[in-house]
Structure formats: C-alpha cells, structure tokens
Design a protein around this ligand. Structure first.
Ligand SMILES: *[C@@H]1O[C@H](CO)[C@@H](O)[C@H](O)[C@H]1NC(C)=O
Ligand SMILES: *[C@@H]1O[C@H](CO)[C@@H](O)[C@H](O)[C@H]1NC(C)=O
Ligand SMILES: [Zn+2]
Length: 992
C-alpha cells in the first residue's frame, strides 16, 4: 500500500465514523413524547401484498391498474422524496420482496439518500421478511427461511440500523403462537396485528386487553412476545374518515382562506377518534396507523395532510388540549409502552379461528387450493435439498448462487398471506405456480451440479420427476433399465423409506451400492389415476423398494427377463407381481368370516368391511380400534376462498365403496372407489408404523350448483369428548376443545363445525386414557376433532360464490377444462397413550416433510471418480433435527439445529459439534439469533411486566440470551458442547 492510498483509506474511515456517530437510529431516534399528555403515534404505512388481485410484479410496476390500483415502485419513489423534505416525517417499509426489487433499480445518489433515512430512523423496516407471511397454513421452516433472507438483505444493504424490531402481521387471517415464538427467537421486541375474532376483540376492547404478553412456548423459557391488536382495521379510522390518499375520498385538511376551511372540524374529529382509541388502551400512548393497501403512491398528498393534522392538533395544546401527535413508528410506540412501567395481561393459546362477523370463520383458507399448498411443500423440500447439497459441494458460481437465491425468494413469496393461503385470484395463483416451478428447476440444476461432485456419476443427469404423485416420470417412461436412483436424505439421521418409481409393466432388479440385490416389487397404479385424461399413460406400474440412506445413496435398477429372482437377504422371496385379489373371493389372507377382508403386515392389521368397502378396524402398536373412515361434503352457497360458511351439516356418503386388494410382500394396498370423483388407496408397508391414505378428489361435482367442502373423517371409539390437538406451524402442539376459546365466548350458532376448524399444518390427534389416534398430512389443511372419537380433515373445496371478501372471484379452480383434481396423503398412527406415541409422530412428521429426494440418471454416467466426502451428522442426538444447512455469505455457512421434542416428550440433549465442523471445514463459529443475522451476544429485547407479577421493576427490563452463546474464533476453541432444551433451535454461522 502506498502512502497516499493509506491516507485515502484513513480519510474514508474517518468520514464513515463521523456519519456513524451522527446517525441515530432505532429507539434512540424515537420522537420525544410528553408524559402529561396522550401521545398519538401516527404511523404512515402502506400494505403491499406480494400478489393478490394482480401478480407481485404487476403490483410492483403498477400494471393492470384497472384490476387493482397498485404500483409499489411509485410508492417507494414518492415516499422517499417526501421523507427527504422534512426530517420529522417517518414511514415504515414491510415487505422486503418489494423493497429489494426497488433498491436494485436506484441510482447511487438515491441509495445514499435512502441510507441516510434509514440511519436516522426515518425510514424504518418493520416486519422485514421477504413477505408478510400467513400464520395458518405455513410450516415454520420456510417462515424462518424467509425471515433469514429478508433480514440478511437489510443487514447487507444498510447494517444494523435496518434491523426490524417489531413484527407487523396486520393482515394475516388469524395468528399462530408459533409465529410469536419465532419473533421472540429472532429477538423482536413485539408485534402488532389487526385481525381477531370479533367476539374476542369486543371482549378485549371492554376489558383493556388489546395488548398482551404472549407466552409463545410451552417448552421454552423466556419466549414471551408483546403482542398488540390495532384498534381498527389497519386501513381505517372508522366513522371518522382520515384516509388522506388518492385512493380514498375523505376530506383533506383545508387551512387556507376558503369557505371550505375545515381545520376546526377535522381536528375535532381526529381528537374524537383518538379519545375513542385511548379509552381502550392502558397507557397514555396510542398508535394510529394511517395507510392501507397500496397507499402512498402519491405520497405528497398523504404527508401534506398529515403535516397539517400534526400542526393544528398540537396547536390545541396551548388551549389545554391533552393530545400530542407526531410521526412515529410501531417500534417507537412499543418503546413508549416498554418505558411506561405498565403491566399487561397474559395470552397462552393462539388466535384461530378468525371470524370477522357471525358465520364468517376464515377456516376455508386452511384448505383452499390444495395443489398449490402441496406445491409449496415441494418447493421447501427442494430448497432444503439444494441448500444442503450446495454446501457440501461448495458451489460458488454466480449462476449457482442466483439459482439458489431465486428459490429462497420465491419460497418467501409463497409464504405470503395471499399465496399459500389460496386467497389470491386464479391468474395470480397461476403466476405463483409458474415462478415456483421455474425456481425449483433452477435449484435442481444446483443439486445436479453438486451431485456430480458428491457421487461418481460425474455426468449424471440427476433429473427430478415432479409428477411422481400421479406415477409419471419422463426419465423412466420408456424404460427404467440401467437407471440409477440417487436418493438424498435431507434429515440428519439415517432414514429407511420405501421408494416408488413409475415403470412399465416389466421385471426389474434393484441393487444397492454394494451390489446387493434389494427386495423390490411391482405394483399396479390405481385405475383412477391411469384414467386421468391429461396423464401420459406410458407407466402403469410402480417399482417399489426399501432404501436406507445416510445422506446420499445410489440404487441401481436393471431390467431382468424372468420373474424368478432370488433375493440376497432371503427375507422376501416374493412374486414380482402382486396378487390381485377380488375382495369377494376368500383366500388365506382373509379372515374366515367372509364379511371382512384382512390386510396385514408384521406391524399393522387392517380390516375392511366387505359390504361397505370401508375401513373398519386397525390394529397396531398393541392397540386394536374400530375406526371407520368415510368421506363427506358440506354444501354451501356462500363460502369463499377465505371462509367456510356452513349452510348445512355434513352429508356423508352412504353408498358402498368398490374395492380391490393388492397383497404384496413389501406393500399391501386397498384401492377404493368412493364415488365418481373420489377414490383412495389405503397402503401399509412392511415394517412401517403408519397407515397411508392416498386420496384423489375431483373434479368436485357441480350438479346441484352448490359449493362443496370435501372432507374425510376417521370415526373411532376413543372417548375424546371434543378435546383434540393440532400443531402450530408444524412445531408445538395446542390443545383444542369443542366450542371453547381461551378468553371469550365465540358465536358458533350458525357455523358450529366451521368455528371448530383449526389449521392442521402437520398433525391432528385425539386420545382418551388408553388410546391415541393421530393424522399427519402432506400439506396444510383444515381439520377438527369436535365430535367424540372423530378426526376430520378438509381435503378440497370448490365454490361458485364471489363473497365480496375482497378477492372478487369464486374459488372455482379448473384445470384441463374441468374442475381441479387434487391428490395427497394422510398418515394415520394409532398408539397406546404414552410418551413414545407422540415422539414417533414427530419423527414421522419429519420424514413426511423432508423425505428422500429422488434423482434419476443413466447408469452409464458413472465413472471411477472418487466422490467428495460428506460431513457426518451422526453425533447429533436422535431428537436433534438438521433444520438448516446453507451457504450464507462468502465463506460462511449457516447451520440450524433443533430439538424436536417438547418438554413432555424429551430432555435437554447435547453434542459435540467438532466432527460436523471438521466435515464442513469450519474455522470459526458464532451463534446468532434464529434468523442468522444478529450475534446472539448482542440480542437484547424488551421484557414486559405481567399483570400477575408481584414485583414491579422501576426501570425497563430486557431479555438477553439465557446462556452463554457459542463463539469460537479459532478451531482449537471449538470444543464446547452444544446443548438443546426441548423445542430449542440454535443457529450458528460457520466461517470456512
Ligand atoms: C460408482 O460407485 C459405485 C458405488 O460405490 C460402484 O459400485 C461403482 O463401481 C462405481 N462406478 C465406477 C464406474 O467406478
Ligand atoms: C451484517 O452484515 C455485516 C456485513 O455485511 C456483517 O459483518 C455482520 O456480521 C452482519 N450482522 C450481523 C449482526 O451478523
Ligand atoms: Zn394483505
């Protein structure tokens, strides 16, 4: 370095330092409030859905404004201009998907102006994830991912001043406890929202409990999150008219010399509104958000009027007015509450289901667009697969990073509260599908590049088959001869699963990497699937074999001529073809009594009633239970994408089901025809401890022109008496009780079933003292256990009514010129009631959400190359889940581990990370908050005082990490144990 260069660097550093010390962001930049007055925190905001009536891009560019006036790029352009005009003005920015897109289009001058605004707390990021995610149908894994990605963009672009302090879930259709838990784990100080059951809200308005401390976890200590309900909906000052936006028609403030001068009346009105709000909140601070959907496109109009509002309202103080108003932000409002010394009520359960008025439970969206909900899960599956493979193979090209980022971003978009919810218009849904498909294809390229390094198939195709759910795979459609199936196991622990490959009706032999022949068999595909009009019919069978995979394993498929094969393991000398047994014919496998058909493996026995064709009894894990499964529909005139409005009770199918049994050695299947548009395969695999129900529903009949909610239910004799359990975003479990709510009485008069529906994102269960029945699913759905012994799941829905709930379209999905057909799986587990039951449910859940990803290549692509070694995760205790492993920044890897057992199921477990770090060439490690962007040592978040607390602290309190975060700057130091309490997740950044 020459001297001049040194000076230049020095000067630059000095300038940055000066800027830093001048810049005050965060709580220090909050407006000064007045203790003796009612402080009105006026919060300018715009709610920008990442796709709803128009696609995300159309909403960004202001395209197709005839559909919906929305132009996010102009909003940001104009808001920034207005903020720069006056240093007292503030604005919050929520959706990082839109902000990052806008940022990339800005000039250097604009960028530095925006940085200044951020560094002075005038432009504040609130929420800050890629999208404002839904809370009912999301799984926690992609939610954590989309926060990580959004917050990482903000940190990389602006540094710590951009770090959001407050969650802003103002439009999501109910609120999950897990979302609150995730916010707390990410170090957020609190959250605000605006939708809650109308009866709940009325109660809370009355007893001053609009703001509360949410106990967000039953297992984890210190996981409290301050949560506040806005007084009115996020875009309203109901009855008072203070929408100062070109999208509204409320009166501006006219302060000039005019006959229409309305300063007095407008200020009177605002004060009336503020007084009304203040009556329902506990402190002398209130928050009034001004804004709404896509508002502030002409931000000058908003700010000009708000400036006047502030000026004239505060002028009244000289006349004795008690109100003080200023531009503020949700975090500054929360800061005032934190400083106030006020105590707060407690909240333990969640805010589902949401109803905005009688008979309007928003429980339909838990199931709306079932195929899109499944596709999102596939997106997550591919994302986790591609992230891990990219890390192992150290993929570093720009294209590879871009492809991975694109799937991260689209998965962020998919979590949006009008995406995974299915509450967007059809054209927008199609666009989500297009984007997600494109993103999955990009990530598959990464996976392929990685697998070429990590296996000896150095030229392998590693093709994925995205239509395996209907037994279609382009790679095997002509023949599966000399095909290698490379299985990737995203889980930490070795897993054994059955693999199904669509094949022609030919004989095959499957061998593993040691050259050992593994048992396999050929199963016919259900005729209802073959019958699908748009399905190519090259493959009518599936080859099934059992695979055991640590991280990556190849299985080789070869065509063989004769059907007589010997298996090395000797266990299964089976005929290649299934015995196809007509249920009426009695053979050994059936019970003597020909009124029933028995199908069994060594672990499970199913009894089918021959007359009705329905499941009648299940025996497994030492429990025998009469369980009748049936299907039914709720018919309605008025349901919509959001709501499940009941006009009637459920109508169940009384007809007998036709069925056929396929009795193999590895798998037994009962193929049932329920009616013209519903069929099902019940499946049990040898050695597997759950029963699989693969349903095929659609096109839902339009005969009577009534909308339909299609459900299936499992009626047992378990005495559950209306108590059941559902998961919260795939993590902790909440107890539900028929008709009961935590702190209010719900109006269930018109919709007794709908109002007892809850989100089932991974699991629903019921039990009595002896037996427990659980259903696990492959996508998010609505479900209930309100009836004694009965679990019910909504599978599909179709409606013809456009309810005015906003979306402006009926939920009437069509594809290939007819009503949408959906296919999916439920998994039933029956157990004695003990700790082990729920543990096995958890482990199964992980195999359902992250099963082996199958890649197909030709055997001829193998070479003698030695594959790159993989790290071993064997050191992880059984209950520890590899939640995330991904490339982070340059030479950094993000690792997240989770103890998946809760406090009733497991204990604190520990492991030494040394081997994992060695496998990843880790040199340094630091622990961060859940989102990966803040060193855990720096985490400090607001602690609020409970009403019930006997001691009241004089000064504001904080939570910091409750243990010493792991930090090691050199390899030698990396020797400490990592311990995980029940349900704890720990996040680390590893430098390589
Ligand atoms: C590739 O690896 C497999 C499994 O280790 C091995 O059986 C096979 O011979 C290898 N192929 C070549 C061409 O070396
Ligand atoms: C934010 O980003 C900077 C550089 O981009 C990085 O050094 C820092 O560690 C990140 N922040 C945190 C809290 O990790
Ligand atoms: Zn919205």
């Amino acid at each position: 370095m020459n001297l001049l260069g040194g000076i230049a660097v020095f000067v630059t550093l000095l300038v940055i330092k000066i800027q830093d010390s001048m810049a005050v962001c965060g709580y220090e930049s909050c407006p000064i409030t007045k203790d003796n007055l009612i402080n009105i925190h006026l919060v300018p905001h715009s709610h920008n859905d990442v796709g709803w009536l128009k696609t995300a891009d159309q909403s960004y560019y202001g395209y197709k404004n005839n559909i919906h006036h929305a132009g996010v790029q102009y909003i940001l352009d104009n808001v920034v201009t207005e903020l720069l005009k006056d240093s007292s003005r503030r604005f919050i920015q929520v959706e990082t998907a839109f902000f990052s897109k806008w940022w990339k289009e800005q000039t250097a001058t604009m960028k530095s102006a925006v940085k200044k605004l951020v560094n002075e707390g005038r432009l504040e990021f609130t929420g800050g994830a890629w999208s404002m995610n839904d809370e009912g149908s999301v799984n926690y894994q992609p939610v954590i991912d989309q926060f990580t990605h959004g917050l990482k963009f903000l940190n990389e672009t602006f540094g710590s001043c951009a770090r959001p302090r407050v969650g802003w879930q103002i439009d999501t259709f109910g609120h999950s406890r897990e979302q609150a838990s995730l916010f707390a784990q990410m170090g957020y100080d609190g959250q605000f929202f605006s939708r809650m059951d109308h009866n709940d809200k009325d109660t809370r308005l009355e007893n001053l409990s609009m703001e509360m401390i949410w106990q967000a976890s039953e297992s984890l200590q210190d996981l409290e999150l301050f949560s506040g309900l806005l007084y009115a909906f996020y875009s309203d000052t109901p009855g008072y008219g203070f929408c100062f936006d070109v999208l509204c028609n409320d009166s501006p403030i006219i302060d000039g010399n005019s006959y229409d001068n309305n300063v007095k009346s407008r200020i009177d009105e605002f004060i009336s509104y503020a007084s009304e709000v203040a009556e329902h909140y506990r402190t002398n601070h209130i928050m009034i958000p001004l804004g709404g959907d896509y508002q502030y496109e002409d931000a000058q109009v908003n700010f000009k009027n708000m400036d006047k509002l502030i000026k004239y309202l505060n002028e009244r103080q000289s006349e004795g007015s008690q109100f003080n108003i200023f531009y503020s932000t949700p975090s500054c409002y929360l800061n005032s509450l934190h400083q106030s010394g006020q105590t707060w009520p407690n909240k333990a359960q969640d805010f589902f289901p949401y109803a905005h008025e009688p008979n309007s439970f928003w429980t339909g969206y838990f199931t709306s667009r079932p195929n899109q909900k499944r596709f999102e899960r596939i997106g997550n599956h591919m994302l986790q697969t591609a992230k891990q493979l990219s890390t192992f193979a150290q993929l570093e090209s720009e294209q590879q990073k871009k492809d991975l980022d694109f799937l991260r971003e689209i998965m962020g978009v998919m979590q949006h509260h009008d995406a995974i919810t299915g509450t967007e218009r059809q054209a927008v849904s199609n666009d989500y599908d297009r984007l997600l498909h494109k993103a999955i294809v990009g990530a598959e390229n990464n996976a392929r590049d990685a697998l070429r390094v990590l296996t000896n198939l150095t030229n392998g195709e590693f093709e994925s088959c995205l239509q395996l759910n209907i037994s279609v795979c382009a790679f095997t459609k002509d023949s599966a001869d000399d095909v290698v199936v490379t299985l990737f196991n995203p889980l930490a622990h070795t897993s054994t699963q059955y693999v199904r490959v669509p094949v022609k009706d030919e004989s095959y032999e499957v061998t593993n990497e040691k050259g050992t022949v593994v048992a396999s068999e050929i199963v016919p595909v259900a005729w209802q699937v073959l019958d699908l009009e748009y399905r190519s019919n090259d493959t009518q069978h599936e080859l099934i074999f059992k695979a055991s995979v640590d991280k990556i394993a190849n299985y080789y498929i070869k065509k063989v001529d004769n059907s007589a094969k010997a298996f090395d393991d000797g266990e299964s000398k089976v005929p290649l073809r299934f015995k196809e047994i007509n249920s009426l014919k009695n053979t050994d496998t059936f019970a003597d009594d020909s009124s029933e058909t028995v199908v069994k493996t060594s672990l499970i026995k199913l009894v089918i009633d021959n007359e009705s064709g329905r499941l009648k009894n299940i025996e497994m894990n030492g429990v025998s239970e009469n369980i009748q499964q049936n299907f039914g529909v709720y018919k309605s005139y008025e349901s919509c994408p959001y709501t499940f409005r009941q006009n009637n009770d459920i109508e169940v199918f009384e007809n007998n089901f036709e069925f056929t049994v396929y009795d193999g050695t590895l798998v037994k299947e009962v193929h049932q025809q329920v009616n013209e548009w519903i069929s099902q395969v019940i499946r049990i695999y040898e050695g597997v401890n759950h029963v699989e129900f693969e349903w095929l529903v659609g096109p839902i009949s339009t005969d009577d022109n009534l909308g339909k909610e299609v459900v299936t239910y499992f009626q047992s004799e378990i005495e559950s008496n209306g108590v059941f359990y559902t998961d919260s975003n795939g993590r902790e479990i909440l107890k539900r009780e028929k008709d009961q709510r935590e702190s209010f009485v719900a109006d269930l008069s018109k919709a007794p079933n709908s109002g007892n529906y809850y989100p089932v994102t991974s699991r629903i269960a019921l039990q009595d003292e002896n037996k427990r029945m659980a259903l696990l699913n492959d996508r998010s759905q609505g479900g209930t256990g309100m009836d004694n012994g009965r679990l019910e799941i909504m599978l599909h829905r179709r409606h013809f009514f456009n309810d005015g709930g906003g979306v402006g379209e009926a939920l009437n999905e069509e594809q290939f010129g007819t009503g949408l057909i959906a296919r999916g799986q439920l998994y039933l587990m029956l157990n004695p009631v003990n700790k082990g039951a729920t543990i096995s449910e958890r482990l199964t859940e992980k195999e359902i959400i992250l099963p082996f990803w199958k890649f197909f290549s030709k055997a001829s692509t193998a070479t003698s190359a030695v594959p790159k070694a993989l790290p071993s995760f064997d050191v992880l205790p059984d209950s520890v889940h590899l939640l995330t492993l991904e490339p982070f920044t340059e030479k950094e890897i993000l690792l997240r581990v989770e103890n998946i057992l809760d406090v009733n199921e497991g204990n604190t477990v520990c492991f030494n990370p040394r081997l994992i770090l060695d496998g990843l060439s880790g040199q340094e490690i630091r622990e961060t908050t859940l989102d990966g962007n803040l060193p855990l040592t720096e985490m400090k978040r607001f602690k609020f005082t409970h009403d019930s607390s006997s001691v009241q602290s004089k000064s504001p309190e904080y939570f910091t990490a409750s243990y010493i975060p792991l930090e090691a700057k050199s390899r030698d130091l990396i020797d400490s144990q990592i311990c995980l309490d029940p349900m704890q997740i720990r996040t680390f950044i590893i430098k390589t």
